[in-house]
Design a protein around this ligand. Structure first.
Ligand SMILES: [Zn+2]
Ligand SMILES: [Zn+2]
Length: 333
């Protein structure tokens, strides 16, 4: 396919996105060309825009929660039929050869490359993606409803794996990831304790609507000690706060890719076998397991839709905590 496409381009970190016309990319070996219909906006996009992640391609098309349909394929790009709807996540390429790849941990691949960061992403009318990182999406979800599954949902799901069989689960930061994860956690029979910015009563009400046993500010302790807590807010001070909220042997899982520095805290807060750990990226197994689980729960995504050209407005709304659920860019035909 030849011609040009509209794209929202980050020229350099620190600058606003610019609408430009770029050539429609040609799918290389193993790649699919997708007509993008929706792309969700992730907190990680803000970290890239702000230059907090060091290895961004420039100029760059952001976006790693892509929904599109297959319109062309390069050599060896698998068995996807033209017209198939797929989702594309943050991890966009892995080497298949390093010791992490060879042990099913491609999320830690030594040469991993990431969508909308080192590979041009989905804030555009077309994109190319490695067929190994294109996943068929469940029926019953519109394109804009399906987009947030591809990062907020997936990373949330991987974070939940590390919470083990925690019955009382805390979620710090009640945005795109938490609003989906609470539905999965409740389906699994867990109690969810939701922590928002102090004073964010509408965020707390949203959490209660979705079945939180308790919702409050991140500056207070929950009424019961937790078995695990997952942090989605990129605020290092929440690590010691969450350690104080979990019971003996509780785990604090950091779900974000970037966080402000963690303040020092007494060893006693970690004592009694409490743990702190991070979650990096995703594996293909996570994607397949999560996308199979989503319609069974069923996870309902709440989205705030912006046109592609309003990507800067969508990023600003996310930055200022003004999005209920997930922000999604819609890319018209
Ligand atoms: Zn590898
Ligand atoms: Zn993301």
């Amino acid at each position: 396919m030849t011609g040009t496409m509209r794209a929202m381009v980050l020229p350099e970190p620190g600058q606003p996105l610019r609408e430009e016309r770029w050539p429609i990319p040609t799918p290389g070996p193993g790649q699919l060309l997708l007509r993008v219909s929706a792309c969700a906006v992730c907190r990680t996009d803000l970290h890239v825009v702000d230059g907090e992640l060091p290895d961004a391609k420039r100029p760059l098309i952001l976006g790693h929660e892509i929904v599109g349909t297959v319109v062309d394929a390069g050599p060896g790009a698998g068995a996807f039929p033209l017209g198939q709807r797929v989702g594309v996540p943050w991890l966009g390429w892995s080497c298949g050869e390093c010791r992490f790849c060879l042990s099913g941990r491609e999320n830690l691949c030594d040469r991993a490359r990431f969508t909308g960061y080192q590979i041009d992403g989905g804030y555009a009318e077309y994109t190319v993606a490695d067929h190994r990182y294109c996943f068929p999406l469940p029926q019953g979800y519109s394109d804009v409803e399906a987009a947030p599954l591809m990062c907020a949902g997936l990373i949330g799901f991987r974070s939940l794996r590390f919470a083990g069989d925690a019955k009382r689960l805390g979620l710090y930061g009640f945005g795109a990831a938490a609003h989906m994860l609470i539905q999965v956690a409740r389906y699994q029979g867990r109690e969810v304790y939701a922590f928002t910015r102090p004073g964010d009563s509408s965020g707390q009400a949203f959490a209660r609507e979705l079945g939180a046993a308790w919702a409050g500010g991140s500056d207070v302790l929950p009424p019961e000690a937790l078995d695990a807590a997952i942090l989605f807010a990129p605020v290092g001070a929440l690590v010691p706060a969450a350690l104080r909220a979990v019971d003996k042997s509780g785990v604090v899982v950091c779900g974000g890719i970037h966080m402000s520095d963690i303040p020092s805290f007494p060893y006693a807060w970690l004592w009694e076998e409490r743990q702190v750990r991070s979650v990096a990226n995703l594996t293909r197994m996570d994607a397949m397991d999560f996308l199979a689980l989503v319609p069974r729960v069923p996870v309902r995504t709440q989205v705030q839709v912006f046109p592609l050209a309003a990507a800067n407005e969508a990023l600003a709304a996310l930055r200022h905590g003004q999005v209920k659920g997930a922000a999604v860019l819609e890319v018209p035909e």
